[in-house]
Design a protein around this ligand. Structure first.
Ligand code: FAD
Length: 116
């Protein structure tokens, strides 16, 4: 395991970025204003330009073109992000995440209170 003070590699950058994106989606409004929708679209469309892993950025750009982000509501955005992350999981040979548990994972925590 690399020491925590090392610059991020593709894996740790990815984990941090997914954490940011899923958590931001979890707290996005259910009825976003036009301005909030525009900001979310700007954030997601900036990633293929700026994400500091060029092959990841190119791959995400292709996915966004094929299946554009759905920013109409919190539920729609969380579902789009979960599906997009699952596409990356499949590409990398990782397990598929059950998207019905996305709020439990990123917002509410498990019912047994173990994360409280
Ligand atoms: P991660 O995939 O980082 O997931 C973190 C946690 O999110 C998991 O532990 C799980 O609890 C949860 N989770 C998993 N799937 C979902 C889901 N579908 N919805 C909600 N929550 C979920 N790496 C490459 O090698 N090549 C690439 O092209 C590449 N492209 C990437 C593109 C983007 C936009 C990002 C953010 C990352 C990319 N990565 C890429 C990194 C890769 O996706 C992983 O982040 C990295 O390999 C670490 O994987 P991990 O197993 O720790 O879990």
């Amino acid at each position: 395991k690399r020491p925590a003070y090392c610059p991020p590699d593709v894996e740790s950058l990815g984990r941090a970025t997914w954490t940011f994106l899923h958590t931001t989606a979890a707290y996005y409004p259910e009825s976003p204003t036009p301005t909030q929708r525009a900001h979310m679209l700007q954030l997601l469309h900036a990633l293929p330009q700026l994400y500091p892993c060029s092959h990841c950025a190119n791959d995400l750009g292709t996915r966004i073109q094929r299946q554009p982000p759905d920013v109409r509501s919190r539920t729609a955005l969380a579902a789009w992000l979960c599906a997009t992350h699952n596409e990356v999981n499949v590409m990398l040979g990782k397990p598929i995440f059950n998207c019905s548990r996305v709020d439990e994972r990123w917002k509410d925590g498990p019912q047994d209170g173990s994360c409280d």
